[in-house]
Design a protein around this ligand. Structure first.
Ligand SMILES: *[C@@H]1O[C@H](CO)[C@@H](O)[C@H](O)[C@H]1NC(C)=O
Ligand SMILES: *[C@@H]1O[C@H](CO)[C@@H](O)[C@H](O)[C@H]1NC(C)=O
Length: 294
């Protein structure tokens, strides 16, 4: 055995031994049926967020695709239609939005997923059969603070309200919306699965972005950028379609075309504990992030 081969084996053994502890795992087991999303289950909240007269089995599809971290698990296509009107209470009917979002069941808003240093993983892709309308702004993944006053980050696409979007067909990751800083952008290329990991330092108040496409391992695409991720809260994975032409309360006013059928594929949703710089860059290689500088 060559010395090189021997060293590689040692490195492989080291990487395999190093598992980052999972904070939550929202990858969907292969034996899950659509109806399982409608009743309390171990993966996603069965009540939120969706049109008040809809159940998740009506707006989800199990996908035959496979994403980077869906090794023995199943991605989903999440859809919105004209009935995707969320009503958190009887006098708060969000007619300005069309919404369908998944939330990991253990992520209560005050749990450990928003303290310490954690890395949030997810993959997403366009559904060619159910295109988005890029004249609108969509939030695709976001963290909403426990007091509902802000989003500490929001991955968006389309024409950003009040923004100056050069190309709406772009994935745009914003930091805390109070600051409006754009952390990372990449073209929302068709027929490609986009993989993200966001390393969220809830102590140092930074966000570092990792990204890849298809089966490629994640790579750091930013440094740890200052970003106010304080305030705990809940991660949302899905479509929050904002209206056009609103001059007031966008949750209730503005224009939403009717007859829509839009969807996005989501998979590989989990969060790991990145204490000690542990981060999974691919399913076979949960390696410690190489320390840069110092
Ligand atoms: C980490 O690697 C092990 C194999 O060494 C694998 O079983 C596990 O699923 C990986 N963790 C993640 C989050 O993919
Ligand atoms: C896209 O949205 C705009 C603004 O709401 C609307 O005018 C247009 O008809 C929509 N396009 C399609 C194809 O639905």
């Amino acid at each position: 055995m060559s010395l090189f081969r021997f060293t590689s084996l040692l490195l492989a053994a080291h990487a395999a031994a190093q598992k980052c502890p999972l904070q939550f795992d929202a990858r969907v087991p292969q034996d899950f049926a659509l109806a399982d999303f409608d009743a309390p289950n171990d993966v996603f909240n069965s009540d939120f967020v969706k049109g008040k007269d809809l159940v998740f089995s009506e707006i989800l599809e199990l996908s035959p695709e496979s994403t980077l971290f869906d090794v023995n698990t199943v991605p989903l296509v999440l859809t919105i239609n004209d009935d995707s009107i969320f009503a958190p209470s009887a006098d708060n009917v969000q007619t300005g939005f069309r919404r369908a979002e998944l939330m990991a069941v253990s992520n209560s808003g005050s749990d450990d997923s928003t303290i310490g240093i954690k890395t949030l993983h997810f993959s997403l892709a366009k559904d060619s059969l159910r295109p988005l309308n890029l004249s609108h702004e969509y939030q695709l993944v976001f963290l909403e603070s426990a007091d509902f006053s802000t989003n500490q980050f929001a991955l968006k696409t389309g024409t950003i309200l009040g923004g100056n979007t050069a190309d709406p067909d772009t994935l745009q990751l914003f930091g805390n919306i109070n600051d409006g800083q754009l952390l990372f952008t990449t073209p929302f290329t068709d027929d490609v699965i986009h993989n993200f990991a966001l390393k969220l330092d809830f102590e140092g108040l930074t966000t570092q972005v990792f990204y890849s496409q298809g089966a490629a391992a994640l790579e750091a695409v930013t440094e740890a950028l200052p970003n106010d991720v304080s305030g705990q809260g809940q991660f949302h994975f899905g479509l929050l379609k904002k209206p056009t032409g609103s001059t007031g309360d966008i949750t209730k006013e503005g224009f939403q075309p009717s007859g829509i059928n839009e969807g996005v594929l989501y998979g590989g949703i989990f969060e790991e504990d990145s204490t000690g710089d542990c981060i999974s860059l691919s399913p076979s290689c949960n390696q410690s992030q190489r320390r840069r500088r110092r």
